[in-house]
Write a protein that binds this ligand. Structure first.
Ligand code: NAD
Length: 512
């Protein structure tokens, strides 16, 4: 049984012991299998969810398509008004939703609340943007002609999200998709289905208070078969996929095969270069938070430290000391630094990676291990660990979604940058240095090859105002701020002739 506090949170968010996992905006329904959501915090069965069947999926897609025909004609600032109201409701529900995120996913309460804050921030961003969906005007080469470009809505935007950001990633996509005139169909990770149901209830309130038709925002709690159907469905104009590179590779190829659009936000293998000219205090905080925050389950978690030989021993000594002080336990208790992994499968992956690292020659300077005892009864708590490695080792080239930090040494910055870039992924990166030349080199064309490159900030976490995403096996997609909204619209170039002639472009003559 969940605690009284959690029961209250569930009640406030409309979560029952038994839930139906599908909605297009009206009553919830579902006729697929039933699943149970367990908390990695204490192993308690939080609630049950009946998932979507394939018939439910078809129903949702039809509703979405119909709603799009109406929604696309609503002026963008009016759609922005819906998003503004959504942001207001999120402010009221922040504590409850943040607590549910923490309890169902296992991240710290601070981070759970932080996720809801990101939702609020992207709403604010999208409201302003709803009056700024600008295109250019160009000067035509032909007399008495006008040329300009405009952006139109795409249609149904499918969102498939990962377990580690149960609410924020959906909101990054939806807030932009809606102001751009699209309708959204969300297939969240089945590991965090309750968070999705809570979000859907909040947006449904807004949509029904504004007498909007069903189908603008839909949710389908379901397994990967429904996700796969969305990927293959030509009615899904844009598919935004957040998850592992393994699944994302297949998703990307399938969507491209039907000439659909996709945004791929896949795995990272993020590194911090710690220069001999770094502020070491800052470097340690950035590295430790980056590696152990969210128990190493952020796509931007710090996986590798590339440390200058002159400060290597000092950094290692301080890291070992810092790891010795980490408190592991209930993430809802703010005095703990590290919570659990998502489930026991993730624990098995962590253990396997440690074994592989040892077999490949890694030397652990902070040992890992699975924790047991009453405080750790869910079986999902592990010790963050650190290994000395070589960058080329197979295990180091892979993303293990757990708090395992790899450390390595360099002597020249060019060598450090080469090591940094020598992995298949390209999401987030950082250099810790107080030397302007080093910082600028790291950000230059021959510096970091990642989508995110920071100076004197760790790899993890990002503000919604910038474009978020990465290169290479991270998928190349961008979400959130900057001009990312353009991904959610189709671009059209228009030429209008207001002369009495029909001059052809490039001066071509075609006399009849
Ligand atoms: P996952 O790939 O196992 O699952 C992601 C989603 O895909 C889930 O909703 C799942 O049900 C669905 N899915 C699984 N198989 C599918 C299929 N064949 N077709 C369609 N959908 C399918 O990932 P996860 O374990 O939930 O999340 C962790 C991964 O996500 C990590 O690799 C992490 O780096 C990545 N991630 C990336 C970002 C980013 O912005 N780059 C953000 C968060 C997480």
């Amino acid at each position: 049984q969940p605690s009284e506090t959690i029961k209250n949170v569930l009640k406030n968010l409309g979560i029952e012991p038994e839930n139906l996992g599908v909605s297009t905006g009206g009553d919830f329904f579902a006729s697929g299998e039933e699943i149970t959501s367990y908390s990695p915090v204490d192993g308690v069965a939080i609630a049950r969810i009946r998932t979507a069947s394939m018939e439910n999926y078809q129903e949702v897609m039809e509703k979405a398509r119909e709603a799009f025909l109406e929604f696309r004609m609503m002026p963008a600032p009016k759609r922005g008004e819906l998003v503004r109201q959504f942001g207001l409701k999120l402010r009221q529900k922040k504590q409850d939703l943040g607590t549910l995120v923490s309890y169902e996913m296992g991240k710290s309460l601070q981070e759970g609340l932080g996720e809801v804050q990101e939702m609020i921030d992207i709403c604010d961003f999208a409201v302003g943007l709803s009056r700024q969906l600008h295109g250019f005007t160009m000067h035509s080469e032909r007399p008495l002609h006008r040329m300009y470009e405009q952006y139109h809505p795409l249609g149904v935007v499918g969102i498939i999200s990962a377990f580690n950001f149960p609410v924020a990633v959906w909101s990054w996509n939806t807030a932009l998709a809606w102001i751009c005139g699209n309708v959204t169909v969300w297939k969240p990770s089945e590991k965090v289905g309750l968070c999705a149901l809570a979000c859907q209830r909040i947006i449904q309130e807004v949509l029904s208070e504004n007498n909007m038709p069903e189908g603008i925002s839909s949710v389908l709690v379901a397994g990967h078969e429904v996700g796969a159907a969305l990927v293959e469905d030509p009615r899904c104009a844009l598919l935004s996929f957040t998850g592992s590179t393994r699944v994302g590779r297949e998703v990307g190829m399938k969507v491209a095969g039907r000439f659909g659009k996709s945004i791929l936000e896949l795995g990272g293998n993020n590194a911090i270069i710690i220069s001999n000219q770094a502020d070491i205090d800052m470097a340690i905080i950035g590295a430790v938070f980056g590696a152990v925050g969210t128990c190493g389950q952020r796509c931007t978690s710090t996986r590798r430290l590339i440390i200058h030989q002159d400060v290597y021993d000092q950094v290692i000594e301080r890291l070992v000391k810092a790891y010795g002080q980490l408190k592991i336990g209930d993430p809802l208790d703010e005095s703990n630094h590290v919570g659990p992994l998502i489930d026991t499968d993730a624990v098995a992956q962590y253990t396997k990676a440690i074994e592989a690292c040892k077999a490949q020659g890694g030397e652990f300077i902070v040992e890992g291990g699975v924790l047991s005892g009453e405080k750790y009864s869910s079986g999902c708590y592990v010790k963050p660990c650190i290994a000395k490695v070589e960058n080329h080792m197979e295990i180091v080239q892979h993303e293990t979604f757990a708090p395992i930090l790899y450390v390595m040494k360099y002597s020249e910055l060019s060598e450090a940058i080469a090591m940094h870039n020598d992995v298949p992924q390209g999401l987030s990166s950082a250099i810790m240095t107080q030397n302007l030349r080093e910082a600028e080199l790291f950000l230059s064309h021959k510096g970091s090859d990642c989508g995110i490159a920071n100076v004197n900030i760790g790899t993890s976490g990002a503000e919604i105002g910038g474009a978020f995403g990465g290169e290479k096996e991270t998928g190349g997609g961008r979400e959130s701020g900057s001009d990312v909204w353009k991904y959610y619209m189709r671009r059209q170039t228009n030429t209008i002739n207001y002369s009495p002639e029909l001059p052809l472009a490039q001066g071509i003559k075609f006399d009849l």
